[in-house]
Design a protein around this ligand. Structure first.
Ligand SMILES: Cc1ncc(COP(=O)(O)O)c(C=O)c1O
Length: 426
């Protein structure tokens, strides 16, 4: 069907959408006594209607069995985390034993860098994207300082070229070739949080491998958004949060991947705690650590059950929808969003789309850099019933997601934005 900036086109696309009914499984925020258009799945995914019940089941087990809830009832907590792994392994392209759900994203990135960034006199550099998410920059900088090294000697940031917004893939690979012999770690995001650019993780991993460096990814904006094959791409480690595209709630428990080739590598450094000890003798309280034969060896503390429950509730919906079907719809939504944005932009008069246009170089999120009165334009969206987000100095990010957004919402958003731009230029 030929794309059109029309309500008729959007309605037909919605009617042909196999995931249309999934929207009813989420609480959609209200503004102005109507359902709002929520394009902030890149920030905090919406609450599934099943989440509260799933948490309640944990609360009931706690009420009924106290600490024995770990072993008693129809859903013993000791085994609960295993229920998350089948769907998570499909979303991440990983084997179940390469995954562990624990802590929070920034904490996990620190823990993984302890394992995968052990600089030596010869290899001490980290190659990363310029303007990585601030938390990642602080992690890398503090890890370098912790080793008694200087940030300026160790951190190699790959920048967009002068006058460009996104980083050229060739420049990333060239930087890895150039610094390869001194590089300990290549650390990128899967999708840059600001521009929405998807990095070619497979090619970056292959180049890092040839250079003899470890490679890791922060997948905060990629997990649950685009197809990933972490195991096959031979990535050493990855971490992500589950509160964006994985709808598991504000500050929810995060995810970690460690490639199976590292699971029995005793030369890796690791911070350890009792919940990473092999389940078979965890409660024998032995003085020596017996690592779990999986990524769980990196887990340190008792699993937070209420958080696992919110994550599980959301993963069940994704499992029912089918992640591949979600990705297909997501591509159609973002393609339509790009189309209608171009339709209202009067040859680039109002804004520049800074997200790459190629389908394999973006996910749900499209970022626009507004030429004039950017904040004033943005501030009119919420009163008009549209949740989008703002990034200094002039960027508006929107992310229609496949489980609860529609083509009609994209049409309405574009129409509203068109009116705002037109009125602001009279
Ligand atoms: C790319 C990226 N990295 C790291 C973080 C920090 O996550 P957390 O606060 O869960 O540690 C975020 C949060 O949005 C993010 O988008």
């Amino acid at each position: 069907m030929q794309q059109e900036f029309s309500l008729a086109y959007a309605t037909t696309a919605d009617n042909n959408d196999p995931l249309q009914s999934f929207r009813e499984q989420f609480y959609i925020p209200h503004l102005n006594d109507a359902h709002a258009i929520y394009f902030l799945g890149n920030s905090l995914g919406l609450q599934p209607k099943t989440t509260q019940d799933e948490v309640l089941k944990i609360m009931e087990n706690w009420a009924n069995f106290g600490v024995e809830g770990f072993f008693m009832g129809n859903n013993p907590w000791m085994q609960y985390h295993k229920k998350l792994l089948p769907s998570l392994s499909k979303i991440m392209g990983a084997n179940e034993h390469e995954l562990v759900v624990m802590n929070h994203l920034t904490v996990n990135l620190h823990l993984l860098m302890i394992s995968f960034y052990q600089p030596t006199a010869k290899r001490y550099k980290i190659i990363c994207e310029a303007k990585a998410f601030p938390s990642d920059q602080y992690v890398m900088q503090s890890q370098i300082k912790m080793h008694g090294l200087k940030i300026e000697d160790c951190l190699i940031e790959v920048h967009p070229r002068e006058g460009e917004e996104t980083i050229r893939h060739d420049d990333i690979i060239s930087a890895i070739h150039l610094h390869g012999a001194e590089t300990a770690l290549v650390l990128f995001s899967g999708i840059n949080y600001y521009t929405g650019q998807v990095f070619n993780m497979k090619a970056i991993a292959a180049a890092a491998r040839i250079a003899g460096a470890y490679v890791g990814f922060d997948l905060a904006h990629a997990a649950g958004n685009i197809s990933l094959q972490l195991h096959d791409w031979d990535i050493d480690f990855a971490c992500w949060c589950n509160y964006k595209y994985l709808n598991s709630g504000p500050g929810s428990i995060a995810g970690t991947f460690i490639h199976e080739k590292h699971l029995s590598d005793t030369s890796l450094q690791r911070l350890e705690g009792w919940w990473g000890n092999d389940e078979s003798n965890r409660f024998k309280m032995e003085p020596r650590f017996t690592p779990s034969p999986s990524a769980e060896a990196w887990q340190m503390s008792t699993a937070p059950m209420m958080q696992l429950a919110t994550h599980y509730a959301s993963l069940q919906i994704i499992e029912a929808a089918g992640f591949d079907t979600m990705v297909t719809k997501s591509r159609a939504l973002s393609s339509y969003l790009l189309f209608v944005l171009n339709a209202i932009n009067e040859n680039g008069k109002y804004f520049t789309i800074i997200t790459p246009k190629a389908a394999n170089e973006h996910g749900c999120q499209i970022s626009i850099s507004v030429h004039q009165n950017a904040k004033k334009i943005f501030d009119q969206l919420l009163p008009a019933g549209i949740f989008a987000d703002w990034r200094e100095p002039n960027v508006i990010r929107v992310a229609p997601v496949p489980l609860y957004n529609s083509f009609k919402e994209i049409f309405t958003f574009a129409q509203t934005l068109q009116t705002i731009f037109t009125n602001s230029h009279v």
